[in-house]
Design a protein. Structure first.
Length: 486
């Protein structure tokens, strides 16, 4: 099989101290196309020795990089933003080949990813401090903001380009050096992004990239060794708990964006057109493989039948296929394990009384495809009510009482995002304030925006990414006390 030019153009080695180099072992690992289950290429497979080299490079570069003028760091991000947009088509195709999402969604992710660089380019020159006199007049208080130091950034496979820029952008703006470990399923987008940042002028050692199939062997010694001062991780709650424990040994500062179990609530007074549109976005973005995906859709009994009919019609009309094919709306899931999980959750819900309105059957043929599925009358004790589905399955529950649906929506260990559809402003605010999530979409199914703080509460994570607070995660306060002589 001929290698697509966008695949051939991507470096396949590790990026350490400004150079592309093979793994020390040397080992490689395959990168597969989830639409065909064929191997696209092989990339370097890093081990602990490579991690040590990357940490040495990041540590060596930290002092000089921290002293770099904010405007210079800002300009690097601005140039990278422009290059990303110029290469939208190649980057979108690359992402679709390794991850599966349709090209239209991949193009949208390139724009989303680029916007993080533009946002943090503007934030780089706005890092400030303070100057004040103590209340007793004896000291001057000078407050500085300084980079936290070398960072370990770990990104997921579902948004391989945007999750990279969301972490790299604030680290560059703040003056931190980095080691980035992308997900093994989707390393190519990260390697392409690394090349773009180098082209934009990022100095050697500032960004070091380790692709690996053995994350534990690479990550644990970095976190326990004392050289890493900041961890930013996006992934499952289960893995996040493990990493948080490893960070405890050397008190590594952490930002964790973990799993979700998002409720979407449709009240009886909702605009059903807006509610169905919002549910389609909240459920089907990225084939449902998103931590923000609507996992539990609660619909008031007064509108449940009509909402289900409209949503089913929309879901059934979606075209499933290879993300590179024209007209594809829904691509494959990331791998066989991901599809098997969806199959199990749907089967359990049906066994507990749910009715399949559309979908629900695994198609024949190659690839990790699963059809858009709507389940009505789902029992609240079904496994998918407490498990992040990560697939194109809309699970419909019914309710009659506002207090009851808020209680049920909050009855979960996760608290990333929720969605509320109602035409009653008082209700929207009241319910939005009562829901135990870090973000709430009011009459919208899309909350992600580089200019807004992204993150959750409870076991959905720690800290925030994006917005004005995104750069705060990469900065420390330093207070200097200066006597006034009084």
């Amino acid at each position: 099989m001929t290698t697509p030019p966008v695949i051939a153009a991507v470096p396949k080695n590790l990026h350490i101290d400004g150079a592309w180099q093979p793994a020390a072992a040397p080992r490689t690992m395959p990168v597969d196309n989830p639409a065909t289950n064929t191997t696209l290429c092989h990339v370097a497979d890093a081990g602990p020795d490579d991690a040590a080299l990357a940490l040495a490079a990041a540590t060596k570069a930290q002092r000089t990089w921290a002293a770099t003028a904010p405007r210079e760091r800002s300009e690097i991000l601005r140039r990278a933003h422009e290059i990303l947009l110029e290469r939208t088509e190649d980057l979108a195709l690359l992402m679709t080949l390794e991850m599966g999402k349709p090209l239209a969604e991949a193009r949208g992710e390139v724009a989303y990813a680029a916007e993080f660089f533009r946002w943090f380019a503007e934030e780089a020159v706005r890092v400030d401090g303070g100057y004040a006199t103590s209340p007793d007049g004896r000291n001057r208080h000078l407050v500085l903001r300084q980079p936290v130091g070398p960072c370990l950034l770990i990104t997921p496979w579902n948004f391989p380009l945007a999750m990279g820029t969301r972490k790299i952008g604030p680290a560059v703006a703040a003056g931190c050096t980095m080691i980035l470990k992308p997900a093994p399923q989707t390393p190519l987008s990260t390697l392409a992004l690394t090349g773009i940042l180098t082209e934009a002028g990022l100095p050697p050692g500032v960004l070091n990239v380790l692709t690996t199939s053995d994350a534990a062997a690479v990550i644990e010694p970095l976190l326990r060794g004392g050289g890493i001062r900041k961890l930013s991780f996006t992934g499952s709650t289960q893995v996040g708990r493990i990493l948080l424990g490893q960070c405890a040994d050397t008190v590594v500062r952490t930002s964790l964006e973990l799993g979700g179990n998002a409720p979407l609530i449709v009240f009886e007074d909702a605009d059903l057109d807006a509610a169905v549109n919002g549910a389609m976005v909240a459920k089907m973005r990225n084939m449902g493989e998103a931590c923000t995906a609507a996992n539990r859709i609660y619909v008031h009994t007064a509108v449940a039948e009509e909402f289900a009919a409209r949503l089913t019609s929309r879901m059934a009309a979606l075209n499933v296929g290879d993300g590179t094919a024209p007209g594809t709306d829904v691509g494959p899931l990331i791998d066989g394990a991901g599809r098997d999980k969806v199959v199990r959750l749907v089967r359990d819900a049906v066994e507990r009384g749910a009715k399949v309105l559309t979908g629900g059957e695994v198609p024949s043929g190659e690839g990790n495809f699963y059809p858009p599925t709507v389940l009505a009358g789902v029992s609240r004790d079904a496994d998918l009510a407490t498990t992040e589905i990560f697939g194109p399955v809309a699970a419909l529950f019914t309710f009659e009482d506002e207090d009851d649906v808020v209680r049920v929506a909050n009855d979960t260990e996760w608290g990333l995002v929720s969605y509320v559809f109602t035409c009653d402003l008082d209700r929207a605010l009241r319910v939005g304030e009562a829901l135990e999530t870090g973000m709430v979409g009011i009459n919208t199914g899309l909350v992600s925006n580089p200019a807004a703080p992204f993150g959750g509460v409870k076991q959905s994570g720690l800290g925030r990414e994006g917005g004005r607070v995104g750069i705060e995660e990469f900065l420390e306060y330093k207070y200097l006390a200066i006597p006034t002589g009084r």
